[in-house]
Design a protein around this ligand. Structure first.
Ligand code: SF4
Length: 340
């Protein structure tokens, strides 16, 4: 999907998907259903959000259960033996066990601010940096929220609502979840949305290293995916990002994200990773999602553990920047943004 859905929400011509989920009624006894039936109900209702032409008409009576409640219940069940991402820890996060993302059930916002330096159609944007991540990119610029997952304030409905209302008054166009990785914080985000009475679009700034179940839960919540396609092959993903089976997972989820809602794909060009990462990433996008907005990021800065990696311990050279631009141009992508 192009940016049309997201832009229509920003202009007030459509309601955000999470808002519609919040007001789409489900039977009050839904939480007694077995998980398989709950998924069936979830999938049918989520699909109906997309098939309704305008979708501006809330159907929920005050006090009744909604599709958002159903998503919360499914996420809770997943947290009991966590499979939200391909690391499949199977830890009981509701019972105080910690997954490889460093998280139990709670979420912490380690930075919160109004930013103007992102893609032009999302700024000014209210970014909430959520602690915890399922990847360990050596160059991570948000590493303080990866190693200290209780930094900042605990995400609760009331704190979230007051933070969003304040930033909206200051001009924020959207609510922008970033990390770390927002998907590994899904339960706290969904619960917090219940307390919010402001229909702003949700931007989900993600590594898309997520399972099918997580992608289904995000469907009907996210209005714009800003997705990093970081590595062009599994060897680099393992060596630099610390995860296995990366490429197929992310490609699959990019295709899904493009069917669910609006999508922007980012690629941060890493020094020494032009042929192995940038080239295959751009080729795949050009072949599979040629109309999607592609953001080529040439502003790599070594951080965290990058200093220990010979290739990653420097900025991009001018010749690498020129080569990166030439590769993107040669593949014929329709919508390209470049930041240096
Ligand atoms: S979200 Fe966290 S706990 Fe769940 S599978 Fe991924 S790394 Fe493990």
């Amino acid at each position: 999907m192009s940016l049309a859905h997201y832009l229509a929400v920003v202009k007030g011509k459509r309601l955000p998907l999470w808002w519609r989920s919040k007001f789409l009624a489900v039977p009050d006894n839904f939480s007694s259903l077995p998980t398989e039936q709950l998924w069936q109900l979830h999938d049918e209702l989520t699909k109906s959000l997309r098939t309704k032409k305008r979708g501006n008409e809330p159907t929920q009576q005050a006090g009744k259960s909604s599709l958002l409640d159903l998503k919360i219940e499914l996420t809770r069940r997943i947290y009991r033996s966590c499979t939200l991402c391909p690391l499949v820890c199977r830890t009981d996060r509701l019972n105080g066990e910690m997954g490889r993302c460093g998280l139990k059930a709670d979420a912490h916002v380690f930075r919160d601010g109004l930013l103007v330096s992102e893609e032009p159609f999302i700024v000014p944007t209210h970014e909430l940096f959520l602690a915890g991540c399922n990847m360990r990119c050596k160059f991570c610029q948000a590493w303080e929220g990866i190693v200290r997952t209780k930094l900042g304030f605990k995400l609760t409905g009331s704190k979230f609502a007051s933070a969003v209302e304040l930033k909206a008054k200051q001009g924020a166009l959207n609510i922008h979840f970033v990390g770390g990785e927002p998907t590994v914080n899904l339960l706290a985000v969904l619960v917090s949305l219940k307390s919010l009475d402001l229909p702003l679009p949700i931007v989900w700034n993600t590594n898309l290293f997520a399972t099918d179940e997580a992608m289904k839960l995000l469907d009907g919540v996210v209005d714009l995916f800003v997705a990093d396609f970081k590595f062009g092959n599994d060897e680099c993903a393992q060596a630099v990002g610390g995860v296995e089976s990366y490429v197929a997972t992310v490609q699959n989820n990019l295709l899904k994200a493009s069917q669910i809602t609006s999508l922007v794909i980012r690629h941060l060009v890493m020094p020494g990773h032009i042929e192995c990462c940038l080239e295959p990433v751009v080729s795949w996008v050009a072949q599979n999602l040629p109309k999607v907005t592609f953001h080529l990021m040439l502003n790599y800065v070594p951080d965290w553990k990058a200093w220990r990696d010979k290739a990653l311990s420097r900025r991009l050279s001018q010749s690498e920047k020129q080569t990166a631009k030439a590769i993107v141009k040669s593949k014929g992508l329709k919508r390209v943004l470049i930041s240096e």
